[in-house]
Design a protein around this ligand. Structure first.
Ligand SMILES: NC(=O)c1ccc[n+]([C@@H]2O[C@H](COP(=O)([O-])OP(=O)(O)OC[C@H]3O[C@@H](n4cnc5c(N)ncnc54)[C@H](O)[C@@H]3O)[C@@H](O)[C@H]2O)c1
Ligand SMILES: O=C(O)C[C@H](O)C(=O)O
Length: 304
């Protein structure tokens, strides 16, 4: 069973994509709002029935129902409004994540946790510490979504197929996000040989800011994050060993400790199976370390 805690916009969409990808026979949506997860489950099952897909979605307000889950996604909590940064959600969502992870520990202590609630990196660190799970079992979704936006901008700039684009976004899923233009390729051709420096800078800035633009236009980001969550789950359940940027606890990698932040990792049936260390240049290191400082400073004011 896959459990998604938070049956709102992103949780519901993650259940939709996970069911369409047939990632488990059973998907549980859990929420404190009475009726919401049940209604969402009914709606999804009606869709799956027409599609002829034998995945059963259940809705519940009872944490006990997640017993036996292999993967638990934490996407409960408030989202930012136009004009806010993700970090502005720290105080309000820290309590939610602590509470939710306490329940995961109680009812699904063999599970892997995929934190999604914002601000993502501080929430991933809170989930790691509160659960006491091995770090390989706690990895947040942020970079996977950022790279989907980065790839879209590359596609728009080159006009080449989306499928041929490979890219990574690491660091904070926030103001210090680091889209790695130097490491992006189109069919193996390095992006910096295809586009001028000014265009690369434009893509870098656009990738960092585009979520705020979507939120201003439609109130929330939904489909891209829902899909990114299910893509991460797929790499685990199908043991794909895909290289995905995940927010996981560092223990010396990239010269950092005691912080969860986005780094490329091999994701398979054991969760984070290996963290890959890239040779960053000075400018990239500066962005990465600014992200680490931002996450550490934020957490210094939170008890967990
Ligand atoms: N990491 C990412 O890339 C990423 C992407 C998109 C959204 N997000 C974040 O995900 C979160 C959810 O976004 P959304 O648009 O789905 O919001 P939403 O308001 O639509 O849904 C949030 C749900 O959480 C539920 N909830 C609140 N406290 C709870 C608790 N203690 N236990 C169980 N459920 C609880 C609410 O009842 C609500 O249904 C936000 O923090 C948002 O910023 C992160
Ligand atoms: O930007 C947000 O607040 C939501 C999410 O982190 C996103 O990148 O879409």
């Amino acid at each position: 069973m896959i459990t998604i805690i938070g049956a709102g916009k992103v949780g519901g969409d993650a259940a939709l994509f996970s069911a369409l990808r047939r990632l488990d026979d059973e998907i549980l949506l859990l929420d404190i709002a009475e009726g919401l997860p049940q209604g969402e489950a009914m709606d999804l099952n009606h869709m799956l029935s027409e599609q002829g897909i034998d995945v059963n979605v259940k809705g519940s307000n009872n944490y006990e129902d997640m017993k036996g889950s292999k993967i638990v996604v934490v996407v409960a909590g408030a989202g930012r409004k136009p004009g806010m940064t993700r970090m502005d959600l720290l105080k309000i969502n820290a309590g939610v994540v602590k509470d939710v992870v306490g329940n995961i520990k109680k009812f699904a202590d063999d599970a892997m946790i995929i934190p999604v609630t914002n601000p993502l990196d501080p929430m991933a660190q809170i989930a790691y510490k509160t659960s006491g799970f091995d770090r390989s079992r706690v990895f947040g979704m942020g970079g996977m979504l950022d790279l989907s936006r980065f790839k879209q901008f590359i596609h728009e700039a080159t006009g080449y197929s989306r499928e041929s684009t490979k890219a990574l976004v690491i660091g904070e899923h926030g103001e210090n996000m680091l889209p790695l233009t130097r490491f992006a390729t189109v069919s193996g051709i390095p992006l910096p040989t295809l586009l001028p420096k000014e265009k690369l800078d434009e893509i870098f800035t656009a990738t960092k800011g585009v979520a705020a633009e979507v939120i201003k236009l439609k109130g929330a980001t939904v489909h891209a994050p829902g899909n990114a969550i299910s893509a991460m789950i797929e790499s685990v359940v199908q043991d794909k060993k895909q290289v995905i940027p995940v927010s996981t606890n560092l223990d010396g990698e990239y010269g950092q400790k005691d912080v969860s932040i986005g780094v490329p990792a091999v994701v398979g049936k054991k969760g984070v199976e290996k963290i890959l260390e890239l040779e960053l240049n000075d400018e990239e290191k500066e962005w990465f370390n600014k992200g680490v400082d931002s996450v550490k400073n934020a957490l210094s004011g939170v008890e967990f």
